[in-house]
Design a binder for this molecule. Sequence first.
Ligand code: AMP
Length: 227
Amino acid sequence: MTACGQQYTGRMNLILFGPPGAGKGTQADVLAARFSLAKLSTGDMLRAAVASGSPLGATLKEVMEAGNLVSDALMISLIRERLRHSDCANGCILDGFPRTIPQADALDAMFGQEGLALDHVIELKVDDAALVARISGRFSCAECGAGYHDVFKPTRAPNLCDACGASTFKRRADDTPDTVAKRLAAYHAQTAPLLPYYAAKGLLRTLDGMADIDAVSAAVLAVVSPS
Ligand code: AMP
């Protein structure tokens, strides 16, 4: 449904940008549910590969726990394959991709080949100092993946997932202070240069990611809702 209550029928593709802990995953979930879009989180895809226990997963685990970026070639082939799934028929939200200029160039080429348009690029701007507090408190349901935070978004009932009722939760191995510092450095060095890239295309909107979750969702929906 649109903000004014009509059924959304168009196709929409968008990118959510922001440093680790900015709230991209949370807002991607809101958008995915509202517009029936596929959420393509490269971090989630990589964590699934690590959990599978494959030899590639073992290599990825090392790279991710060191706070470094995975190779462009691997990330590009992962997204190329994922974009072909039928759940992308209504469009998709890219969360965590592209993260480098070569990834952005490859995405441009892929969209061109598939006849797809990139409609919105939304940056969630958050102070580095706030990110460490945000990241250190986050956890998710081990069963359904619903995301929570010790302070900002606790479960409604103690130790029970709001979404599925499970009572086992997990924390990311790369959410430690040292790794977060490295991930932030990678964001500023390799990913932030993409902001002028999309600004030059007239696609970039920067929103205050410091506001509370509902206020950020309202701002995001105002950007993407068809008028
Ligand atoms: P995220 O969940 O988006 O914070 O990603 C967690 C980790 O996965 C990052 O710190 C990187 O090591 C890796 N990663 C996720 N997306 C990408 C990408 N597009 N390019 C390179 N590495 C990525």
